[in-house]
Design a protein around this ligand. Structure first.
Ligand SMILES: [Zn+2]
Length: 246
């Protein structure tokens, strides 16, 4: 350590003004880092959940994804959040997403423990059980927003396009088939080899899932109509982490 200190003094003497400028720059960078580090996540409570409107909930997810993409995630003490939420949870949103390993809702929206309900199923569709879960999230547990999140390069959507038959997966993929049928054109190639066709089906699957939530859950539809909850669709690009909201 001593040798290093001496070397450093000598170096500073030789380097003169430019080093001072560099040092000033680095202290600026350091204070910027500190400013960023000060941004700590809030753990949701009944009070904070009550104060969040559906519009605000959507904005919170947009802001969270923006932080994720920029690498400026909030600081979180997850174990502290575990302790704070142990007796009760007050999440502000419910997300229907795919099981895909690249689309972890908490990560891509920079959320922590107790922030969001996550319903994940290959191809991000809804069936009776997912609808029941969403009714629990919104009507019983106070979430203010349902987001249906599709993603690019979705293996389940590709499987539906290709009519894959494989055990129980066959039935799972049947839930995505209405989106395949609803996309017209692309007659030269309606297989997973056609990227544009796959993306068109992926987009349509989100739109149809949003519609299906309204049609098949009078409880959720009623809450949307009364402005108690929001219902939106979005697409996550697995190449860059960005979520585009419809
Ligand atoms: Zn997927």
């Amino acid at each position: 350590m001593k040798t290093l200190d001496i070397d450093r003094r000598n170096f500073m003497k030789k380097a003169g003004g430019s080093l001072i400028a560099a040092a000033a720059g680095s202290s600026l960078a350091l204070s910027a880092m500190h400013a960023h580090a000060a941004q700590s996540a809030v753990t949701q409570t009944k009070q904070s959940q009550d104060a969040i409107t559906p519009q605000k909930a959507l904005q919170m997810l947009k802001d969270g994804n923006s932080r994720f993409v920029q690498g400026k995630m909030y600081q979180r003490n997850l174990m502290q959040q575990v302790k704070a939420t142990g007796a009760g949870q007050f999440p502000f949103a419910a997300i229907v997403g795919c099981i895909d390993s690249r689309v972890s809702n908490e990560l891509i929206f920079d959320q922590g423990i107790g922030d969001i309900f996550s319903a994940r199923i290959a191809g991000n569709f809804v069936n009776d059980d997912i609808l029941g879960s969403l009714e629990f999230a919104c009507a019983a547990a106070g979430a203010k927003l349902i987001l249906v999140l599709g993603h690019t390069e979705c293996g389940a959507v590709k499987g539906a396009c290709d009519d894959v038959v494989l055990g129980n997966l066959t039935q799972t993929l049947a839930n995505i088939k209405p989106a395949v049928a609803a996309v017209s054109g692309y007659d030269s190639d309606r297989s997973s080899k056609n990227d544009k066709f796959v993306q068109a089906v992926t987009d349509k699957n989100v739109v149809l899932t949003v519609e299906r939530i309204r049609k098949r859950s009078p409880i959720l539809q009623g809450m949307v109509d009364k402005g108690l909850i929001g219902l939106a669709g979005a697409m996550h690009d697995v190449h860059n982490g960005k979520v585009t909201f419809f």
